[in-house]
Design a binder for this molecule. Structure first.
Ligand code: SAM
Length: 268
């Protein structure tokens, strides 16, 4: 399949261009765009996902940082549909404002992308801060990152990313993708994951900053007991009041446990 143009890949921008049609088709099927959806792609690159989605859906917003790709993307997109290209850094894009202006009937956007792997976590956390404006997300990431996102307590890879993402969204790994599906081939396996932000009424967290602070501190020193890792942030008495053992480690605490702890009033 031709994407319309090719450029040498830039490693520092995490450019691994997808070329395998079977994988592209599976991603488009997983997204399954419906009339009225407001699709927003992060990092369209040479249009591997952009052009098939344009042919299916007619229009799409895409955010691309690499200036060398802007003009060829715009030119090649014309034969497939209407591309609204935002030329810049995705981390500077206010998804809430974007959704208010270009969202669907509920004022929401659907995010997707084969992400630059060096920016995966910052992009995920950025999206979380705009969760109410996002209906769902379909991302290609390193397989190892998807495993961390979906892990539960007791798993070696359960950590801050798992707790933060699962507190605010439903994480569903969809399928894995071999390095040979990309040019150049990355050194690692990849996977596609779906994230559906939970409605605000299903998120029991009262103070989001406090929750984030506790999770960060607990996993900042994951080999330490909660008593030690949280010293200065939550007392042993407070940890016990949340129904947790101060000598437990963060990797043993489920999302609900962190939520209970964060919701307790901090004694003055
Ligand atoms: N979607 C294309 C594909 O599947 O072949 C390209 C995927 S490539 C893994 C990641 C893309 O993200 C590249 O086009 C890269 O230039 C772009 N990118 C990197 N950093 C970015 C940023 N901060 N904001 C927006 N796009 C970025």
């Amino acid at each position: 399949m031709t994407h319309g143009f090719t450029r040498p890949a830039k490693k520092h921008l995490g450019q691994n261009f997808l070329h395998e049609k079977g994988v592209i088709d599976k991603i488009v099927q997983a997204i399954d765009p419906q009339p009225g959806d407001a699709l927003v792609e992060i990092g369209p690159g040479q249009g591997a996902l952009t052009f098939p989605l344009l042919r299916r859906h007619g229009q799409l917003i895409a955010i691309e940082f690499d200036r060398d790709l802007h003009a060829p993307l715009q030119a090649a997109a014309r034969e497939h549909g209407t591309l609204h290209l935002i030329e810049g850094d995705v981390l500077e894009v206010d998804f809430t404002a974007l959704a208010a202006r270009h969202g669907d009937a509920r004022g929401q956007i659907r995010l997707l992308g084969n992400l630059p792997y060096n920016l995966s976590s910052p992009i995920l956390f950025h999206a979380l801060t705009h969760a109410a404006a996002i209906r769902d997300m379909h991302f290609m990431l390193q397989k190892e990152v998807v495993e961390r996102m979906a892990a539960g307590p007791g798993s070696k890879v359960y950590g801050r990313l798992s707790v933060m993402l699962q507190a605010y969204s439903v994480v569903t790994p969809l399928f894995t993708v071999a390095p040979g599906a990309f040019r150049p081939a990355p050194k690692v396996e990849s996977a596609v994951v779906r994230l559906v932000p939970k409605p605000a009424e299903d998120i029991a967290i009262r103070d989001h900053a406090r929750f984030a602070e506790l999770v960060r501190a607990a996993f900042g020193q994951r080999r330490k007991t909660l008593r030690n890792a949280l010293s200065g942030v939550a007392s042993p008495a407070l940890i016990e009041a949340a129904g947790l053992r101060p000598d437990a480690r963060a990797e043993q605490i489920d999302v609900a446990g962190f939520v209970r702890l964060a919701n307790l009033p901090v004694p003055a």
